[in-house]
Design a protein around this ligand. Structure first.
Ligand SMILES: Cc1cc2nc3c(=O)[nH]c(=O)nc-3n(C[C@H](O)[C@H](O)[C@H](O)COP(=O)(O)OP(=O)(O)OC[C@H]3O[C@@H](n4cnc5c(N)ncnc54)[C@H](O)[C@@H]3O)c2cc1C
Length: 414
């Protein structure tokens, strides 16, 4: 048991929990959970709000519970601890000839924390990371270990769980054979071309990221991550003449970015924007992200461009990605394909928080949802998240004493 040493990774939330429990065995996890009046699982602390905190309670970090990474080649699945980090898992899988369908931009986060918050990468045909989960083990408030598998009645409710249902100790993920990806960056795509060809641009590659500050006449950069033969032109954009950093306009070096210029490489060395051994910043940033149905993409861009003069001074960069729809209750892409509008903010929380209501108001006509793990202003509603009432019922059933409720869940889920 150690005192809570610090805050989340970005340093914008000081944990109010009294201490961190560090069990070494599954039995200790079960005993600690059953004995704790108020408790919250903690991953690698990469969320930007109080989602992993419990004022007056304790946090539990299961990283020291011994767990192997076990591949079932015949079933094409891997089973490991919820505390395993994506970067560690990805290197192991590639060495054994396997891959995951997608990764987020930062490989340092735990699988359980990422899945709990609906974390995603990009690609019109790629679902969020949680969709690869086919089974999980959950220690619930009574200390019981419950297993859930795809096809079970409540499975779609337990996967993206915002840390509200218990401690996820083991997860099984679907695998692909390992695959190669090439990365090409394009400069200076016009907004007119993006608006006119948004679908075609999304179809150009396995994963597409568009970087912009919303204020300039042109979109800043388009990153195409291609499986198979790449296309080396992109409407009125110019192929980049050298490696790029997503915040290229600020003169940041691409040295720590994954290899570009079409050099093929394994999936886990191309799908994230940053190299595995590198942390993109020491936490000197804040993040927000919003999701709108894919059909509203260009209308939502138009709405945000109207705020470009307020966004650009505060944003280090902003990224447009796509996510294929799924049926996981609290997934941002539940019910259909989504476009994700991400903001990496300068660490000026008061100014960022003052701007978020304006962004959310602009996006409100498009049934906007917010990333569970980032900064947002408006409380999620049942209208926008139609499975919230079912999740509330599931939460009350699995955690009748409210051991995992916490201020974030109480405020946002109810
Ligand atoms: C630089 C950076 C880049 C990012 N890039 C992306 C991106 O590309 N796409 C994207 O969607 N998001 C992105 N994120 C957000 C990030 O993926 C999420 O914040 C993710 O939840 C972080 O996982 P974590 O292990 O740090 O979880 P924490 O922040 O520690 O916890 C998050 C939630 O998960 C729960 N949790 C953690 N472990 C367990 C467990 N074992 N059992 C049950 N619940 C658990 C916690 O209780 C809490 O509710 C990024 C964040 C940063 C800092």
């Amino acid at each position: 048991m150690t005192p809570v040493p610090e805050s989340n990774w970005a340093g914008n939330h000081a944990y109010a929990a009294a201490r961190i429990l560090r069990p070494r065995t599954l039995n200790e996890v079960r005993e600690m959970v059953a004995a704790a009046p108020r408790i919250k699982a903690l991953g690698t602390r990469h969320c930007f709000n109080d989602i992993a905190d419990f004022d007056g309670g304790v946090q539990i970090d299961i990283a020291e519970v011994a767990s192997a990474i076990e591949i079932d080649s015949a079933a094409a699945t891997v089973t490991t601890s919820g505390a395993t980090r994506y970067g560690e898992l990805a290197s192991f899988l590639h060495a054994k000839g396997f891959g995951l369908p997608n990764l987020a931009s930062l490989p340092h986060c735990t699988i359980a924390g990422s899945v709990a918050t609906g974390t995603h990468g990009s690609g019109r045909r790629n679902q969020g990371l949680a969709s690869a989960v086919s089974a999980l083990d959950l220690v619930t408030a009574d200390g019981e270990l419950r297993s859930f598998a795809r096809g079970d009645k409540e499975f779609a409710g337990v996967v993206v769980n915002v840390g509200a249902l218990g401690v996820v100790t083991r997860m099984t993920l679907d695998l692909l054979p390992t695959f190669d990806v090439r990365q090409h960056v394009f400069d200076g795509l016009s907004w007119a071309a993006l608006f006119a060809h948004f679908d075609e641009i999304q179809d150009r590659a396995y994963s597409v990221s568009v970087f912009t500050n919303w204020a300039n006449d042109n979109v800043d950069q388009v990153w195409l991550k291609t499986v198979g033969e790449p296309r080396t032109e992109l409407f009125d954009a110019r192929p980049a003449d050298g490696p790029r950093h997503p915040v290229h306009a600020a003169g940041l070096s691409a040295e720590n970015c994954t290899e570009q210029l079409g050099v093929p490489g394994p999936w886990h060395e191309r799908l994230p924007h940053f190299r595995l051994g590198f942390t993109p910043s020491a936490g000197d940033e804040l993040q927000s992200e919003y999701f709108v149905p894919y059909r509203h993409a260009t209308a939502a861009f138009e709405a945000l461009r109207g705020l470009g003069h307020r966004i650009a001074p505060l944003a280090l960069c902003s990224e447009i990605r796509t996510i294929a729809g799924d049926d996981l209750w609290l997934s941002p892409a539940q019910g259909g394909d989504r476009v994700a509008l991400h903001f990496t903010w300068r660490p000026r929380q008061d100014e960022v928080e003052a701007l978020l209501p304006a962004i959310e108001e602009r996006l409100a006509p498009f049934d906007v949802r917010a990333h569970w793990g980032k900064l947002f202003h408006r409380r999620p509603s049942d209208e926008i998240w139609p499975m919230l009432p079912d999740f509330r019922e599931l939460r009350a059933k699995l955690d009748p004493r409210g051991a995992f409720l916490g201020p974030y869940v109480a405020r946002n889920i109810g």
